[in-house]
Design a protein around this ligand. Sequence first.
Ligand SMILES: [Zn+2]
Length: 202
Amino acid sequence: MDQEKIGKFIAQCRKAKGFTQAALAERLGITDRAVSKWETARSLPDASIMLGLCALLDINVNELLSGERLDMDNYKDMAEAHLIEMRKQEEAANRRLLSLEWVIGMMGTLGFFMGMFAGSYAVTDPWWRAALYVLGTLMLLAGGQVALKLEQSVGYYECPECCERYVPTMKAVFFAPHFGRTRRMKCPRCGAKAYQKKVLTK
Ligand SMILES: [Zn+2]
């Protein structure tokens, strides 16, 4: 995707519709800084507001991502190219988030052991000792919770029976036996209880 071209196209469509950056931003419920960033090719509109933006500019998502008006001939090719591109971006973003999950989980665990260690050996005052134990435990709980939330919400799980890809509930993830990122859960589509693998895209 050509960010520069997309930015210019957004600016051009916005002006054609008679919106200022601020007016467009207001209708989308975002800041005019965000609009300015798109138009100067520093960011792309979030997927969540693409449809709203397209409706206001009277274009479709495919045209938005192409940075130009499309006719029927090249429409389908562009649509496919964009689907592949968006999938790649989702995959890369999810991979980053899952590495982050690992780091956060490790930090929580490390904080726990440091708190326990320091509480046991570095201080003698019982209040300090208790405070360090509590701190270590809180770090473990906080790290664990953030890591689990990422585990649940990033990417999808795939059912080996029916190949459905879905996002499970927090509760299902929490109680599921697992090794690595593979968890034994009940598939919401076919009901099979099986070990389900994490996948990055739908
Ligand atoms: Zn299934």
